[in-house]
Design a protein around this ligand. Structure first.
Ligand code: GTP
Ligand code: MG
Length: 201
């Protein structure tokens, strides 16, 4: 499944540039290069919508997209927010702190935000940053959807143990979604998880 429609709204490098909300927002958080932009493109079925890159740390802004979910998931129009990737070693420490502050101010002070999709690279697993962020989100009562990206890099019979480990490491209520932008794995499951958060039954 894919979104009925999607369009870019705007980017922001500072809190005073955040746009007025157009609906409920779902944010996508994760390490630089984890596959956030690729995942958003897969969900909306639009290859070039969120910019992807082989150069980690390219998306240094928050990017808003207006998204009309697939008809079958019965969710209202919403916005996806592609957060800047953290943990990119080549960025100066001062700049890293600035990004963290920007992400935090978004996650803290955004009433429209109804849930966060936290992406974990299948080859790295959940590290300290992901564990901290997950705990912080749960403390604030924000629904958290775990996703393990680039699952195509792992043979099918080796996937379940990794998903279980990430579930334990992050203290998730359910197994994270195994996702591949390359193969399309996990797109439908993730749409269903998002719909549950946006329009609880
Ligand atoms: P930043 O914006 O720099 O933080 O990165 P990002 O998290 O948006 O990652 P992006 O989607 O740009 O992907 C980073 C790299 O991983 C690109 O080279 C993608 O082609 C690759 N990639 C993303 N998703 C997948 C996937 O599911 N499978 C494989 N094999 N590669 C992927
Ligand atoms: Mg990106």
């Amino acid at each position: 499944m894919r979104a009925k429609s999607a369009r870019f709204i705007t980017s922001a490098a500072k809190a005073s540039d955040f746009p007025p909300p157009e609906g409920k927002e779902i944010a996508f958080a994760g390490r630089s290069n984890v596959g956030k932009s690729s995942l958003i493109n897969s969900l909306v079925g639009h290859d070039g919508l969120a910019r992807t890159s082989r150069t980690p740390g390219r998306t240094q802004l928050l990017n808003w997209f207006a998204v009309d979910p697939p008809a079958v998931v019965k969710a209202p129009a919403l916005a996806f927010v592609d957060l800047p990737g953290y943990g990119y070693a080549k960025v100066p420490i001062a700049m890293r702190a600035g990004w963290a502050g920007l992400i935090e101010s978004y996650l803290k002070d955004r009433p429209a935000l109804v849930g966060v999709v936290l992406l974990i690279d299948v080859r790295r697993g959940a590290e300290a940053e992901e564990q901290d962020l997950a705990a912080w989100l749960v403390e604030r009562g924000l629904p958290l959807i775990g996703v393990v990206t680039k699952i195509d890099k792992l043979a099918k019979n080796k996937r379940e143990p990794v998903l279980s480990q990430v579930k334990r490491d992050l203290g998730l209520k359910r197994l994270p979604v195994g996702f591949s932008a390359q193969d399309g794995d996990g797109v439908d499951d993730l749409w269903r998880a998002i719909a549950k958060v946006v329009a609880p039954a």
